[in-house]
Design a protein around this ligand. Structure first.
Ligand SMILES: [Zn+2]
Ligand SMILES: [Zn+2]
Length: 597
């Protein structure tokens, strides 16, 4: 689905306003019922638009005061009455000009504006009870078919998303085909709130934000440990696959961006810095600089493919109002790499990347799905280049046995791409990985290799990031795991808890051995009750607790506990050390130490 429902809704030029599937139809119909209820409660309020969206619907209203939670409850109560009354959705058609007069008389300026912008002779209206809306539909037959809905929130929203336009009041709701589906969804929303990475990040001391640098995390030791582990994971995997890591400057003269085309198309998103009367920018991406590394030497067909990984720190000037935790930042680092290859190597390279995507996401228990986007109307490059490239992407997907969706015309102007969504434990989808072919940069930077025939040829450039930005990925993982990271990622992997002060020496000995085995361990010998310290370790989501007392000291064991609360009894220290090291080295998803299976 290339176009958002709300854009479709506003355009009114397709066959339908909204996706005609049963779920979208119910949601769109519920939005009309909500507008009807709002008009009954607040008769003077003007209505704007009300599309179905992912997971629900909204409607925008011109109203001076924001809706209160109390208003939402009253609106919902009226909606239930409307549903109970089982009003039919009646469709009728009208000349556009007549419709303009109709809505003008009813005092609906937004509908008039939409109608004035349309280039069609006739339009359709939907009417249920006293409420009439300009709409292409489709709708359910009558309001009684709406079974399960809930209003969720309200917020300000500009008419047509433009801050120069009046501010409207938007109410968001959700609607489902069955009560069960609605309950499931509300549970997921509740669960997502509990797992919000901003909240969990505070509880576990992962990162912090300060006004002095909006959209740039201050990584605390715990959070930075996770980033370092992810980087290590990435590096180990790439080293084994013939990647070479490079590092390129953050501050770059605008000359480079002029050559790459970013200055022309992207400079509003770049932070600029002046030095010695020259204009520089903080790099928003690594690509142009990697072409300079390519050009460092004369390349032959035998040198290719070259795979340059560059985990450079990037800055993009997002508006401060749009920044949100780790999901929307101004400063970030991607697991970025650029592959330069011959056209005949493309399929193998893409195939290798798809394998990497699957392998990496499996480690995190995230389910990937693939989308192939092909040549847009406005594009550069020859027909032959596009055909070869798109074919290589199709073939690589098929060779990997992957099902994929096709987004015709949704590629970048400089080349086709594969985007990868992952689904987390709550069923939410995140777009992380992208594999993009690029015919433009090699041209702009005059990249060449000497082919078998002695002729200079252009390499193909592949941009790819798999985890995306580490910032965003840590945010996703924090919510996916609800802060209970697998041991290899956990900031603290084990805590040693002496039963009382008397057993302090043995506890210290165990702790020293853990650290000697490079396990991130803490000693909690605070003068607090054991039960309190166990709970504290659980709240901090520490995977393993090693409780030590007299009996353990005598037998060279520890009493092992999992953060889940499982008490696994006495386990020899040697075994805990060996098994823990093995669990970490294998990047196991679950806690395995002390389990007898
Ligand atoms: Zn509608
Ligand atoms: Zn790139």
């Amino acid at each position: 689905m290339a176009e958002a429902e709300e854009e479709r809704h506003l355009r009114l030029t397709g066959e339908f306003d909204c996706d005609p599937s049963p779920l979208s139809t119910v949601r769109h119909s519920t939005s009309h019922v909500m507008a009807q209820a709002v008009r009954r409660l607040f008769p003077g309020v003007k209505v704007a638009i009300g599309p179905a969206i992912d997971d629900g619907f909204y409607y925008d209203f011109a109203k001076a005061e924001p809706f209160t939670p109390d208003d939402l409850e009253r609106i919902e109560a009226i909606m239930r009455e409307i549903v109970k009354a089982d009003l039919r959705f009646e469709r009728r058609e009208m000349d556009r000009v007549e419709a303009i007069r109709f809505f003008r008389e009813r005092g609906e300026p937004f509908k008039v504006e939409i109608l004035e912008g349309l280039d069609v002779p006739r339009v359709s209206l939907y009417e249920q009870g006293e409420f009439v809306d300009l709409c292409r539909g489709p709708h359910v037959a009558s309001t009684g078919e709406i079974k399960a809905f809930k209003l969720l929130s309200s917020s300000g929203a500009y008419w047509r998303g433009d801050e120069k336009n009046p501010m409207l009041q938007r109410i968001y709701g959700t609607a489902w085909l069955t009560q069960e589906d609605l309950d499931q969804h509300l549970w997921r929303l509740e669960e997502a709130k509990k797992r919000d990475h901003r909240k969990v990040g505070r509880e576990l001391d992962l990162f912090d934000f300060h006004d002095v640098s909006p959209g740039a995390p201050f990584w605390l030791p715990n959070g930075w440990t996770i980033v370092r582990e992810l980087e290590r994971f990435v590096r180990e995997s790439l080293d084994a696959r013939g990647y070479q890591e490079i590092s390129t400057p953050i501050l770059v003269n605008k000359k480079l961006w002029e050559q790459s085309g970013h200055w022309e198309h992207y400079q509003d998103n770049m932070f600029k810095v002046e030095a010695e009367e020259q204009l520089f920018s903080l790099k928003p991406m690594n690509c142009p600089e990697s072409t300079l590394v390519y050009r460092h030497a004369l390349r032959s067909y035998r040198d290719l493919p070259l795979r340059f990984a560059d985990m450079g720190r990037l800055h993009r000037n997002e508006r401060s109002g749009t920044l949100s935790g780790l999901f929307r930042v101004r400063q970030f680092t991607q697991d970025d790499a650029h592959i330069f290859c011959r056209p005949d190597q493309l399929q193998d390279e893409i195939s290798g990347l798809l394998g990497l995507v699957r392998e990496w996401y499996k480690t995190f228990g995230l389910e990937p799905s693939f989308k192939l986007s092909t040549r847009p109307v406005k594009s550069i490059g020859t027909d032959e280049q596009w055909e070869t490239a798109e074919q290589a992407l199709h073939d690589a997907l098929r060779a990997n046995g992957l099902a994929y969706d096709l987004n015709p015309g949704d590629g970048a102007f400089y080349g086709p791409k594969i985007d990868v969504d992952v689904q987390d434990v709550l069923g939410r989808r995140w777009q992380n990985a992208t594999i993009q072919l690029d015919f433009a940069q090699p041209d702009r930077f005059g990249l060449e290799y000497i082919d078998t025939d002695g002729q200079a040829k252009r390499p193909v450039m592949v941009h790819r990031a798999i985890l995306g930005s580490f910032e965003r990925f840590v945010g996703i993982l924090t919510e996916h795991y609800a802060g209970a990271f697998p041991t290899w990622l956990a900031p603290v992997q084990a805590r040693v808890l002496p039963i009382s002060e008397k057993h302090g020496d043995y506890a210290r000995e165990v702790w020293t051995r853990l650290r000697g085995a490079r396990i991130r361990a803490e000693l909690d010998d605070r003068n607090e009750k054991l039960g309190y310290r166990i709970r504290d370790a659980q709240v901090r989501k520490v995977p393993y607790m090693l409780v030590t007392g007299e009996r353990e000291k005598q037998s060279g064991t520890v009493s092992l506990r999992h953060r889940s609360g499982d008490d696994l009894g006495a386990v020899p220290v040697d075994r805990v050390l060996a098994d823990l090291a093995a669990e970490i080295a294998s990047r196991s998803a679950g806690l395995t130490v002390g389990r007898i299976d």
